[in-house]
Structures are given as structure tokens and as C-alpha cells.
Design a protein around this ligand. Structure first.
Ligand code: GTP
Ligand code: MG
Length: 367
């Protein structure tokens, strides 16, 4: 379905700046115009959106290395040291187990990693600890490269609809700004939907990001039905031929079951608009919460099918080992990592970059 487009909208930010509180339905579809002078031709149709994040793997690698610096300095440098011994012995296994669990890898995932390492050492008759370290890295990279991870964010039927879920304060809204900026820099047309109508000033927060990034925001007033915001956001994206629409959600409602019910409702509203195949639920997790965050995340994955994780605030924590637990315990691909508070502070997650970052010797000379 394509709504009729008309010209005469004075500003690209008209949706965000001129209509917010006059009407509960901010967006009037017949006033929406396409991006730029001509509608987007959906240049990625039949292709994959993630493939457009080729702004340079080196940039993602550097950002990842910086973001895991605290985790590396606190835990993984000690893991490296465990392998600087003359032989593989029982003490080595005990120390490894303790360090991995301390780094928030979690008990189950740590055991699994070490069992995998034992198998590798046995089957390849490895006796040197430095070779065993290389096998641990390979085991970790294998665990982090989920079979369907690369496909998690693909769509050949634009617009790609991203629904950002997560507990309050997890970093949803900031992560939306980062994703929007990333897609925009890849030449994609992006629209945001202010689906957190519960928290005071949440709509304005997204609108401020929209103004800063010059990306339009579909918003209703505070207290409005988030399902209606999601509906209008998707309609606007369809009528504009937008490539991507990213919808914010509330992290807190009166009760947790309300929150999950609301999310399901929003998801269903979106799916009913014929974009079910392009809808991806992205769970935002705060890396600083480590294993506790995992418990909260599980409540989301039990309520709603999630397609992957945006792991925020990796730069601010030594609990980066939780990435391994997300992949293993939650069985979700980590798609993106947050590396700071600015829109450009994002890296596309890559298992090898991450493992290399954990074991990098880049900062050894400064100690
Ligand atoms: N250092 C760092 N800070 C981050 C990152 N992502 C988000 N933050 C900060 O975390 C705080 C909360 O971020 P929000 O984006 O408002 O979180 P939210 O999930 O939308 O919160 P609610 O709307 O209240 O549910 C803000 O101060 C952000 O600047 C990150 O990757 N690194
Ligand atoms: Mg928010």
C-alpha cells in the first residue's frame, strides 16, 4: 500500500517539530513526502542490509578493541597469563574457570568453553600452553558465531522495521540514534518512531536525536497508545519508501507483565501491516549489568521472539564476558555493541574482532 504523497511540507522535520502536541495522531499520511527529491528506489532490495555496514571493518575492529579495554585489562590479560606456564596442568584449568566466571561469562558457558577446549587439546594432541590459548580463542569465536547470526538483520522487503526493546535505562534510545546514524551514513533513508509514550520526556529525547541527526521522528503526545505510534511509523516508512524505520519502546510500565503485553501488542500491530518478514525485534542489553542483565533479558525472550542483541555500554564495564553468555545462554546473536554515548559510538559485532580485542596486547606497553 502506498499513501498518496503530496508536496508542500515546509520542513523535513515537520513531523518532529510542528505537530507534536496538537493532535494525538501527529502524522498525517497524506502530508508525508518522500525523502529528498525522488522516492528511494530501495537499492538494497534483494540484498542484505547488514552488507551495507562496510564502512570499514578496521573501524569496527578498533572500536571493539577500545570498548573491551576494561574487560581485557581486568580479566582477559590474566587469562593470557594463565597460559604463560610451562605445561598444561590442573592448576591451569582451575584458574581459567575462576577467571571466566569472574568476567561474567557465566558458570554454564564457562564449563562449555573449557570442555570444548579440553576436546580440542585432546584431539590435536596439544601439549604447549601457548597453543592451547589459540584453541581457547578459536573455541570462543565458534561459540560467538551463531549459525544464523549473519541473517538476523536481513530483509529483501524494505522497509526494515526495527523494534527496540529492553528494560529502562538499558540504552534503547541512544542505541536507536547510533543505528539511525549508521544507516544514514550508509546512504539509507531512515525514520524513527517515538514508541515510548510512557516515560516523561522520552518523546522529546528521541526528537532531539532526530533534530541532531536530521532524521524525522513520528511522534504522538505522551500517554498516547504506543501501538498507534508504531502503526503510523510503519505507514510513514512505507509511504516514503524509507529503507529503515526504528521504533523506540518504553522500558518501564506499571508492571512487568504490562510491559511485555504492550510489546506483544506493538509487534502485532506492526506485523499486521504486511511487514512481518521485515520486522526485527532488537533487545538492548546494558553490558554493565553482566549476568543480572541476562536474567532480565530472558524475561523478554520468553515473552517475545527477539532477533538479536544490541549490547550497550560495553565501554563502561569489565563484564564484557557476558557476550559469550548471551550467545550461549540466550541463544541470540549479538548484532551491535555500544562503545560510548555518541551516535558514532557503535560497532557492528564480529566474533573474531571481539575475541582479538579481549586478548589484544595493544595496551601491554603502557602498563
Ligand atoms: N558509556 C556508554 N553509555 C551509554 C551507551 N548507551 C547508552 N548510554 C547511556 O545510558 C544512559 C541511558 O540511555 P538511554 O538511551 O536513555 O536508555 P533507555 O533504555 O532508552 O532508557 P529509558 O527510556 O528510560 O527506558 C544514557 O546516559 C546514555 O548516554 C554506551 O554504549 N556507552
Ligand atoms: Mg528511552
Amino acid at each position: 500500500m502506498r499513501a498518496t504523497l503530496s508536496s508542500g511540507v515546509p520542513s523535513r522535520n515537520v513531523l518532529a517539530t510542528q505537530l507534536p502536541f496538537r493532535s494525538p495522531r501527529l502524522l498525517f499520511l497524506n502530508e508525508v513526502r518522500p525523502f529528498g527529491d525522488a522516492p528511494s528506489n530501495h537499492s538494497m532490495a534483494g540484498s542484505t542490509l547488514l552488507r551495507f555496514f562496510r564502512r570499514g571493518d578496521r573501524e569496527d575492529k578498533n572500536k571493539t578493541e577500545q570498548a573491551v579495554e576494561r574487560t581485557r585489562r581486568t580479566w582477559f590479560r590474566r587469562v593470557t597469563r594463565v597460559f604463560q606456564r610451562s605445561q598444561i596442568d590442573d592448576e591451569m584449568w582451575d584458574e581459567l574457570e575462576e577467571l571466566l566466571i569472574s568476567a561474567d561469562v557465566g558458570v554454564t558457558t564457562s564449563m562449555k568453553l573449557l570442555d570444548g577446549l579440553r576436546d580440542r587439546i585432546r584431539s590435536q594432541a596439544i601439549s604447549r600452553p601457548d597453543e592451547a590459548l589459540q584453541e581457547l580463542k578459536a573455541e570462543m569465536a565458534d561459540l560467538l558465531s551463531p549459525k544464523d547470526g549473519a541473517r538476523a538483520m536481513e530483509t529483501d522487503e524494505p522497509p526494515l522495521v526495527l523494534l527496540m526493546a529492553g528494560v529502562n535505562g538499558a540504552g534503547k534510545t541512544t542505541s536507536i540514534a547510533k543505528l539511525a546514524n549508521l544507516y544514514k551514513n550508509e546512504g539509507k533513508s531512515v525514520l524513527l518512531g517515538a514508541g515510548d509514550t510512557f516515560r516523561a520526556a522520552a518523546v522529546e529525547q528521541l526528537q532531539t536525536w532526530g533534530e541532531r541527526l536530521e532524521i524525522d521522528v513520528v511522534a504522538h503526545r505522551q500517554g498516547a497508545d504506543p501501538g498507534a505510534v508504531a502503526f503510523d511509523s510503519v505507514q510513514a516508512a512505507v509511504s516514503r519508501n524509507a529503507d529503515v524505520v526504528i521504533i523506540d519502546t518504553a522500558g518501564r510500565l506499571h508492571t512487568r507483565s504490562n510491559l511485555m503485553d504492550e510489546l506483544k501488542k506493538i509487534r502485532n500491530v506492526i506485523a499486521r501491516q504486511g511487514v512481518a518478514r521485515s520486522l526485527k525485534v532488537v533487545l538492548t542489553m546494558d553490558a554493565t549489568t553482566g549476568q543480572n542483565g541476562l536474567i532480565q533479558a530472558r524475561a523478554f525472550t520468553e515473552a517475545i521472539d527477539c532477533d538479536g542483541v544490541f549490547l550497550s555500554k560495553l565501554d563502561g564495564t569489565a563484564k564484557g564476558g557476558v557476550v559469550l553468555a548471551i550467545a550461549d545462554d540466550l541463544d541470540l546473536p549479538v548484532l551491535f555493541i555500544g562503545t560510548g554515548e555518541q551516535p558514532e559510538d557503535i560497532a557492528v559485532f564480529d566474533a573474531e574482532n571481539f575475541v582479538d580485542g579481549l586478548f589484544s596486547t595493544a595496551d601491554a606497553a603502557n602498563d
